[in-house]
Design a protein around this ligand. Structure first.
Ligand SMILES: *Cc1c(COP(=O)(O)O)cnc(C)c1O
Length: 392
């Protein structure tokens, strides 16, 4: 039998049939605790009634009209996002990569308006920004780029969490116009920078006239225990990009900007056929309303702190555990050896986890995770990690 799908993913041998809250069931009725949430997407868990009802109601009313007309749901969602972020304007696309593409185009156009002919954007080692040509060129991972050369030009790379390297780049490269940075690196291994890092970047950007662009595609929408990752600091970026958690699984991405950055695009500069359609925006509005109504950002902060300390307790002194780190419900357990095999072992045990950067177990559970479910996760995962480290 020929395979109908391109081999872009090494898929695990399981097909899910339905879900409820933090749980998924496969075709054979086996139950799994979902500690990945579709890679930080399903913050409200699976089959949340608010999202279901919003989608059903909107699908029965209006799904799509194109951006040639005003879209009330898009304007509503835009107003919610600008209020939550303290920013001024939003462009909607359909994915994280598209949100970053918009931010990259915005930074370049802003530079050209100011007479800078050959603008460059400062990006970080171990970053992840997407799989389109511009975003994979911005990504700091050779595996993502290999074979797709020539890469898009106009990116200058420095180590993450290293302000001195940014200062050196500022001194040597006069065509830098923006910094693109994740407040916490997700794919790169749950790398949490020093508290002074984002404020330091903000100060350099202010001094040099650069835009500060935060890729909040993974850290945004409550994931880290604040609505946006940058809100752990006192500073405000010029641009943030959003996607993953915004639609709880409905594809939607957003590029949100303030001040001069919000005024860069004009009719004809950028666009999307589907971006910001009534259905996707209605789903995202239901997500934001539910997060507010159920106080899920504070919940994620508290639940995440409890989860991290429970993992620290059960894994304390375990040979082979190098570090445990997390903010809100974005957690990483770094081991001293490659541990991709843990994903399959966890699946057998009914736990959905992820391994990134080869040695980091990554947990991104739904924001609605409750204490008994967290206990179940800690017990199952700790035992599994100890067994794995003992046997390997
Ligand atoms: C997932 C992710 C992206 C890409 O989002 P897609 O929706 O897969 O295009 C970009 N940046 C970060 C930080 C991400 O985690």
């Amino acid at each position: 039998m020929s395979e109908p799908l391109m081999m872009t993913y090494q898929r695990l041998p399981v097909t899910f049939d339905h879900g409820a809250g933090v749980w998924l069931w496969d075709e054979n009725g086996k139950r799994y605790l979902d500690a990945l949430a579709g890679v930080a997407v399903c913050g409200l868990g699976h089959a949340h009634p608010a999202v279901r009802d919003a989608l059903c109601e909107q699908a029965g009313r209006l799904i799509h009209t194109s951006n040639l007309y005003r879209i009330a749901e898009q304007e509503r969602l835009g107003a919610m996002l600008t209020a939550l972020s303290g920013m001024d304007r939003v462009f909607f696309g359909n994915s994280g990569a598209e949100a970053n593409e918009a931010a990259i185009k915005l930074a370049r156009l802003h530079a050209h308006h100011r007479g800078i002919e050959n603008p460059a954007i400062l990006v970080m080692e171990n970053s992840f920004h997407g799989r389109t040509l511009a975003t994979l060129s911005a990504t700091g991972n050779r595996k993502v780029q290999a074979g797709f050369e020539p890469l898009v030009q106009g990116f200058v790379r420095v180590p993450y969490n290293d302000l001195a390297a940014v200062e050196t780049a500022a001194a040597n490269r006069k065509n830098i116009v923006a910094v693109l940075v994740e407040p916490i690196q997700g794919e790169g291994g749950i790398n949490i920078p020093a508290d002074g890092y984002l404020p330091g970047l903000r100060a350099i950007c202010d001094r040099e006239g650069w835009l500060l662009i935060c890729d909040e595609i993974q850290t945004g929408i409550g994931r880290t225990g604040r609505m946006f990752g940058f809100q752990h600091t006192g500073i405000s970026p010029d641009v943030i990009t959003l996607a993953k958690g915004l639609g709880n699984g409905m594809p939607i991405g957003a590029c949100v900007a303030r001040g001069a950055a919000a005024e860069v695009f004009a009719p004809g500069s950028h666009g999307s056929t589907f971006g910001g359609n009534p259905l996707a925006c209605r789903a995202a509005r239901a997500v934001l309303e539910t997060i507010a109504a159920e106080d899920l950002v504070a919940h994620a902060a508290a639940r995440g702190a409890a989860l991290l300390s429970a993992l620290r307790e059960t894994l304390a002194g375990t040979q082979g555990v190098v570090a445990l780190r997390g903010r809100g419900l974005m957690l990483g357990i770094e081991l001293d050896r490659p541990c991709g095999a843990l994903v399959g072992l966890a699946l057998e045990e009914g736990l959905l986890i992820n391994v990134t950067a080869e040695r980091v177990v990554r947990l991104l559970p739904p924001l609605i995770l409750e204490a008994p479910e967290a206990d179940h996760l800690v017990a199952g995962l700790s035992a599994l990690i100890k067994r794995f480290l003992g046997a390997h």
